[in-house]
Design a binder for this molecule. Structure first.
Ligand code: ZN
Ligand code: ZN
Length: 345
């Protein structure tokens, strides 16, 4: 019996058509670019086209239905009655196709995502692995020369290190923000050469068995000017306070406030312009979220990032990001690389 499908069934008021491919993967282990799953009380049907049929036949507990390439059009002809659909995933055109097929469609939101937010032991083990790979890659990168190298070169080197340490791929395009590039939270690596006496923000993650890690450290290339040194200390204090505040029952909003109040009480008020953190799993960004408008309340076995930052537009930036597992009375921190300011060559 598939425990994830059973948990989903307990939430359903009508059969659910799962079209979000990440959710299909979560529920069945089946990876494809074209599939849908219909979860009914007594059966689960997996729809996919010829290219994936052989792999789909190996999935336990589902009936395979081979469809045309256009799965939604095929489903419109094949299915009938009242079914729920994933309103955040089906396009307007897809909805119209299903409706014209005579289906009675009930929009549903976040059902599988709610399950995905609470990881099982198998998922936690893989996430620990991905975080450990990332930690080793950071340790090796910290031993290399930064100054005189381009951001793009450093990003490529980090990608190599992640893969050498066991990553199947990188979780996202590695971000390297040196000096002024790091003054914006989402910095794309450029041809800029890293100079002495600046901050270099490195944000990277590994993929293991489809699960992502996500870690940021900020390095210094030699002595920093005082303001950046102080900002690093404030960011680290805020980050650690938020990590220490993690436990089941705290809201995403209150957790965000723990870090935000510290930064806003300092001379760097207003320079932390993004949310504190996000859930991580099969996607790099999923639930639960910790930010001022979050309505999420943390539960045991949620996995999320804690990543405050302080940014000086056009000058430099600091961000420190860990991944943690939420526990009853605290957090298990997966990101092991030191958070003290590391000075690199
Ligand atoms: Zn990150
Ligand atoms: Zn992140």
């Amino acid at each position: 019996m598939n425990a994830r499908v059973e948990k989903l069934r307990a939430l359903l008021e009508e059969p659910l058509l799962v079209t979000n491919l990440v959710n299909v993967r979560y529920l069945t282990g089946f990876v494809s670019s074209n599939a849908a799953l219909l979860v009914e009380p007594e059966r689960v049907r997996l729809f996919t086209d010829f290219r994936y049929a052989a792999a789909a036949r190996a999935v336990e507990g589902v009936e395979l239905v081979e469809t045309r390439r256009a799965v939604v059009g095929d489903l419109a002809e094949r299915l009938s009655g009242r079914i729920g659909f994933e309103a955040d995933d089906v396009s307007y055109a897809g909805y119209e196709t299903l409706r014209r097929g005579g289906l009675e469609l009930v929009p549903r939101s976040g059902l599988v995502e709610r399950l995905r937010a609470v990881k099982d032991e198998e998922e936690l083990a893989v996430l620990r692995d991905a975080a450990a790979i990332t930690e080793r890659a950071f340790a090796r990168l910290a031993g290399e020369r930064f100054t005189g190298r381009s951001e793009r070169d450093l990003a490529w080197r980090m990608e190599q290190l992640l893969r050498e340490e066991g990553a199947e791929e990188t979780a996202f395009d590695i971000a390297i923000g040196s000096g002024p590039t790091g003054g914006a939270p989402h910095s794309r690596p450029s041809e800029r050469l890293v100079e002495r006496g600046e901050t270099v923000v490195v944000d990277a993650g590994a993929v293991v068995a489809g699960y992502n890690s996500d870690c940021t450290r900020t390095f210094a290339t030699g002595a920093l000017r005082d303001e950046l040194e102080r900002a690093y200390a404030v960011c680290l204090e805020a980050q650690q306070a938020a990590v220490d505040a993690v436990s089941a029952g705290i809201s995403g909003r209150d957790l965000d406030a723990v870090a935000r109040e510290r930064i806003d009480a300092s001379e760097f008020a207003g320079r932390f312009g993004h949310g504190l953190g996000h859930g991580v799993g099969l996607l790099v960004h999923e639930g639960p979220v910790a930010r001022p408008e979050s309505e999420d309340v943390l539960e045991p076995a949620n996995v999320l990032t804690i990543e405050p930052g302080i940014y000086f537009e056009g000058e430099g930036g600091i961000r420190i990001e860990d991944i943690v597992i939420v526990r009853e009375g605290g957090a298990e921190v997966l990101s092991g690389f030191t958070k003290e300011l590391v000075t690199v060559q």
